[in-house]
Design a protein around this ligand. Sequence first.
Ligand SMILES: Nc1ncnc2c1ncn2[C@@H]1O[C@H](COP(=O)(O)OP(=O)(O)OP(=O)(O)O)[C@@H](O)[C@H]1O
Ligand SMILES: [Mg+2]
Length: 203
Amino acid sequence: MLITFEGIEGCGKSTQAKLLHEFLAAHGYDAVLTREPGWGRLGELIRTLILEEREVELDPVSELCLFCADRAQHVKDFISPCLKDGKIVICDRYFDSTVVYQGYGRRLDMRFVNKAAKASTLGTVPELTFLLNLPVRKGLSRLRGRGDITKMDEEPLEFHELIRQGYMVVARREPERIIKINADRSVEDIHGDIKSIVLSRLS
Ligand SMILES: Nc1ncnc2c1ncn2[C@@H]1O[C@H](COP(=O)(O)OP(=O)(O)OP(=O)(O)O)[C@@H](O)[C@H]1O
Ligand SMILES: [Mg+2]
C-alpha cells in the first residue's frame, strides 16, 4: 500500500509521515518512509538542482521534467520493489505535488503537466493521500520556526496561495483517495486522525 502526504510548505507533512511510520512499525507493520524529491543518487542531484542551486534559474518546463525524472527513478528503484515485497510505503510528497506546483503554481499547460506527472508514477498511484490543509501564512511561519528554507519556500505569498487552491481542486476530483485533514491543530490530534483512517483502510 502506498500512502502519500501532500500540502503547502510547512503544513506538517514530514512530521506526520514520520509519526505514521513509527506508529505502523511499532504495531508490527512492514513500513518504509521515503520522500520526494531526493531518493538515491539521481534524486540527490536533482533535489540540489531544484531546491538549492541558485545560479541556474530553472525554466518551469525544466523544473517539471526534473521532478518527473526524480519520481520515475524513485518508483522504479525503490517504491515499486517495496510494494512488491508487501511493504507499506509512506511517501512525503508524490505526483500530486507536481500537478499542483507545476500546473497551478507555475501555470504550465494543465494537460501536459497531468500527463507528465501520471507518466512519472510508472502506473503506481497511491491508495491513500493525506492533504494537510493549513493557511499559507501559518505554514510559512512554522517554517521560519524550523529554519532550513529552500528556494520553493521563498516564493511569494501568491504562489503559495495558488498551491493551496490547486490542492483543493485536485482533492475534489478524487475524494476517495485524497483525504483532507485540518492541519491547524496539534501534532497529536492530526496524527490521531491519520492513524485511525490508515487502520480502517488496512483492515
Ligand atoms: N501541528 C503542528 N503545530 C505546530 N507546529 C507544527 C505542527 N506540525 C509540524 N509543526 C512544525 O512546523 C514545522 C514544519 O513542519 P514539517 O517540517 O513537518 O512541515 P513540511 O510540510 O514537511 O514542510 P516542507 O514543505 O518544508 O517539507 C516544523 O518545525 C514542525 O516541528
Ligand atoms: Mg517536509
